[in-house]
Design a protein around this ligand. Structure first.
Ligand code: ADP
Ligand code: ZN
Ligand code: ZN
Length: 731
């Protein structure tokens, strides 16, 4: 018998399948992790099939060295999924398998020794002859089984005593696997009586689950419309029919509050996977799934690989979130696409949900590719009252502070009423755009329609897509004002100003700086929820999952920061963010108020946010996408070239550009293809490495996949690194 093995080496022909002999007596199964001889060492490999025949000369085939775990890591469907991933994302087969495999697998299970009493009556003579042994048995009569370490500690005894008891057969000592992590069990919650729209959604999806067919839904429900209750009841149905469910949530909304909602319904049938877990803990959660100990997994991106044997349902909460895409490591997969493929392979049902679906998803829903389910009403409370303030007007009236007069007076009122306020400042990220303080004008690229980025070094404005450049202006071309300049504010500035104007206010800040320590995120959240502060200032970390009844005011310091990210999705991001943020106000009985400050009050993204009208936003945005041929009307691919010498990086980027052009010119089919660049990447230098990019747009994703393959297998100077991302989410 022979095994076909994918070996863990990274070189251009690693998709090659290697054949090994299965030694006599080795109980090898498909999907096992093995150690195999390769060149003159042993390396790790993954068995993808077992056959009786081979086309290789049998005497040249080496033996499998050993099996690494006593179970199979991948079932056939997971191997199938990995195959799909390697082709779809253009990575090595081994990389795809390793992505599916749990981190921490090499650590293995954690086992402890357990002692169990093996007799019902303690022999009398023991009392006198071996009082210590008697004491142990006496204790075990009350408490057995018990961990050996605990027993030894409680009774303060030697291991020798245990040994002799074991020898006599009075007790049994054995090993048991323990879990390093477990969710806290809490009081059980009962299913709620569903509202009409919820009921309709549950009934529809339930029908598909009963049919055992692959089906895709988009649950489009405003914030607070009870989507989570829909998930809970669908999962319940799924479990009742003997199947399992995966719920994906973005990292930032995997708050204690979210976890509580699932655990209170399903108790210890839930495993949780978040990035705060150690590799060992993650592995244990994976084992719980593998061994059928749990029926539900709630987790971040890679929970999509939870190894359920009988998967019935995958739910993707906040499907528009960018964290579902792995963009820092290969394969640059998107958990949404993987979920879709997995559901297809397993005949499961996929439910994507959002209050602000991504343009791509909603577009597919309008084309019938996803079935649309709608929840249009907030359950307990009304929508907050949203007001937009034009900051140019404030300036014209002599107010140079970062707070408009309206926001200022609302904060003051809230402090007096002892109600809480959230002040939201979208992360600056790499945003460094220029704007006119008088009319709101922002210089944009004539080719790509994205905001130009201000480069401090040479005082030029640069487009990160196509490389277009112009000199920084000193007057606004629209209104002639001289107040055209770089715009940027940080959370610290907001905090300082609040303290200056409201010295008595108790303020908390939540951003990357204040949440570095493990658990600090939770602490700030609980402190704020329990009323230990009046005002919370934060970045998008606070835009989700915060359900705090006493928050009645949300202020958005400057919507323009997201609106002018050098990214074709900047309007979409702004609408999503403003909607999420607005959803934080008025969760309780008291009505909520939202103040959005901006220099661009006429922008459709701001107007649609004001009226909380997604479809209105979608209808505008989709027109712009079509005109500039951005997704969903094309696929993008981003090739980033990095190295230590900027000139060299630039030259290679130019070569990559030419090569892409050559390939595109030779294409037979006349699909729309466009190559942009080379241009400096939005973050031009990271860790002393310069970065330039070439961006491709194509109607035909296969064209991009072909180019990706060629670009990745080309030879480059030693120091140069190439990173390719198909369908990138931040670009
Ligand atoms: P979403 O996930 O859409 O933002 P949630 O699931 O958080 O909305 O629901 C908002 C609130 O409404 C929650 O407090 C939830 O407990 C409550 N809720 C949801 N469904 C019902 C229902 N059918 N009856 C009563 N309350 C409900
Ligand atoms: Zn102007
Ligand atoms: Zn451009």
């Amino acid at each position: 018998m022979f095994a076909e093995v994918i070996v863990d080496i990274k070189s251009s022909n690693t998709d090659r399948v290697y054949t090994y002999k299965i030694p006599e007596g080795m109980k090898l199964e498909v999907g096992m992790r093995v150690s195999v001889p390769f060149k003159n060492r042993f390396i790790e490999g993954y068995v993808i099939s077992i056959t009786e025949q081979t086309s290789y000369p049998v005497d040249k085939i080496k033996d499998i060295h050993k099996i690494l775990d006593n179970y199979s890591v991948f079932d056939e469907k997971m191997i199938e999924l990995a195959k799909w991933m390697k082709d779809y994302y253009k990575c090595y087969f081994s990389e795809a398998l390793q992505t599916i495999m749990p981190v921490g697998i090499k650590r293995g299970e954690k086992k402890v020794k357990i002692v169990r009493i093996n007799i019902s009556e303690i022999p009398d003579e023991l009392c006198k002859r071996a009082p210590k042994q008697y004491e142990v048995l006496h204790y075990l009569q009350k408490r057995s089984p018990i961990r050996l370490s605990e027993l030894v500690k409680i009774l303060n005894i030697d291991y020798a005593i245990i040994k002799s008891l074991q020898k006599k057969g009075y007790i049994k000592v054995y090993e048991e696997e323990i879990h390093r992590y477990s969710v806290k069990d809490i009081e059980r919650s009962q299913p709620l009586v569903l509202k009409e729209e919820q009921e309709k959604a549950v009934t529809e999806v339930k029908k598909s689950m009963e049919k055992d067919v692959f089906e895709k839904y988009l649950l489009f429900g405003v914030t607070g419309s009870g989507k989570t209750e829909v998930y809970l009841q669908l999962i319940d149905e799924c479990i009742k029919s003997g199947k399992s469910a995966i719920v994906l949530v973005p990292e930032i909304s995997l708050t204690p509050q979210t976890i509580e909602r699932f655990v209170s319904r399903f108790g210890n049938k839930v495993a949780v996977i978040h990035s705060g877990l150690s590799p060992g803990e993650r592995f244990d959660e994976w084992r719980k799934v593998k061994n059928g100990v749990v029926d539900v997994v709630v987790g971040v991106r890679n929970a999509v690989f939870a190894p359920f044997k009988n998967l019935g349902l995958i739910i993707i909460d906040e499907e528009h979130e960018t964290t579902y895409k792995q963009s820092d490591m290969r394969p640059k997969y998107n958990a949404k696409e993987v979920a879709e493929k997995r559901c297809e392979l397993e005949n499961a049902v996929l439910v994507m949900a959002s209050a602000t679906p991504s343009l791509e998803t909603y577009y597919k829903a309008t084309k019938g590719e996803y079935k649309l389910l709608r929840l249009t009403k907030r359950i307990n409370v009304s929508m907050p009252h949203i007001e937009v303030v034009n900051m140019s007007d404030e300036l014209a009236r002599g107010n140079t502070s970062i707070f408009s007069r309206k926001l200022f007076s609302y904060i003051k009122e809230n402090l007096q009423k002892k109600e809480q306020t959230i002040l939201f400042l979208n992360r600056r990220g790499y945003s460094s755009f220029v704007s006119c303080r008088d009319c709101g004008y922002v210089p944009k690229c004539p080719n790509c329609d994205i905001s130009l980025t201000y480069h401090f070094e040479d005082k030029r404005l640069v487009c990160h897509y196509c490389g277009y450049q112009e000199a920084m202006r000193d007057t606004c071309p629209k209104c002639g004002s001289k107040r055209i300049r770089y715009l940027g504010i940080g959370t610290e500035r907001v905090e300082n100003d609040i303290k200056k104007f409201f010295p008595k206010a108790r303020v908390l800040r939540m951003d990357v700086d204040t949440t570095k320590k493990k658990g600090s995120h939770e602490k700030i959240f609980y402190d704020f929820r329990s009323g230990k502060a009046d005002i919370l200032i934060g970045t998008q970390m606070i835009s989700k999952g915060f359900d705090i009844p006493n928050v009645t005011l949300v202020g958005v310091i400057l919507a323009d920061i997201t609106l002018n990210l050098p990214d074709f999705r900047s309007s979409e991001r702004t609408f999503q963010l403003l909607t999420q943020v607005a959803g934080r106000a008025g969760r309780g009985e008291k009505p909520g108020r939202v103040v959005i400050q901006t220099y661009e009050e006429d922008h459709y993204s701001i107007i649609a946010s004001k009226y909380q009208n997604y479809v209105r936003f979608y209808n505008e945005e989709i027109k712009y996408r079509e005109i500039f041929r951005y997704p969903p009307f094309s696929h993008l691919m981003n090739i980033v070239i990095s190295g230590e010498e900027e000139e060299e990086v630039k030259n290679i980027a130019a070569n990559v550009y030419l090569m892409c052009q050559k390939i595109v010119n030779k294409l037979q089919n006349k699909s729309y293809n466009k190559i942009l660049g080379p241009a400096p990447a939005p973050i031009r230098k990271i860790n002393n490495r310069y970065r330039w990019q070439v961006i491709l747009k194509s109607e035909d994703r296969n064209v991009l996949v072909d180019i990706a393959e060629k670009v990745q297998t080309m030879k480059y100077p030693k120091n140069i690194r190439i990173s390719v991302d198909i369908d990138p989410l931040n670009i």
